[in-house]
Write a protein that binds this ligand. Structure first.
Ligand code: MG
Length: 144
């Protein structure tokens, strides 16, 4: 991938990949995540949950990811990921996801999959998972 493409994806779980624990994944999420994973992009799930809770739910969906983190504060996890993997991209649906991304100096795309309104000043939003690859490409074009 070109240098300005994200070097990893850090994804929130509830409200971003599934509506909530136990629910089917959002339309298109599986296909997009599998394509990106197959293209070599490391994918990490970072969720405000216990480690066991989030591991069980990711396993339930059968999605293949490179790491799963249950935590209270996502900022330090994002910072560690940045140290190890470079400048990745954070996807999430909650202001705390954006704050965590900002604290680690990572770009953030807001998931508005259930009709949410974009946060103030938030330009990168997606309303369906099929928009995500296009957004990734648009970011690359804008920067590179
Ligand atoms: Mg969420």
């Amino acid at each position: 991938m070109p240098p300005s493409s994200p070097t990893f994806l850090a994804i929130d779980w509830n409200g971003t990949v599934v509506p909530i624990f136990g629910c089917p994944v959002y339309a298109g999420a599986r296909e997009v995540l599998e394509d990106l994973h197959q293209a070599g992009l490391p994918i990490f799930v970072v969720s405000c949950a216990t480690q066991g809770q989030i591991e069980r739910d990711v396993e339930r969906t059968g999605l293949k990811v490179d790491g799963i983190f249950g935590c209270g504060d996502k900022g330090p996890i994002f910072s560690d990921l940045r140290l190890q993997h470079g400048v990745g991209l954070v996807l999430g649906d909650h202001p705390a996801d954006r704050r965590g991304a900002e604290s680690a100096g990572l770009p953030f795309f807001q998931a508005c999959l259930d009709g949410q309104i974009a946060f103030p000043g938030q330009k990168e939003v997606f309303r369906h998972w099929r928009e995500v690859p296009t957004l990734l490409l648009a970011g690359r074009t804008a920067e590179g």
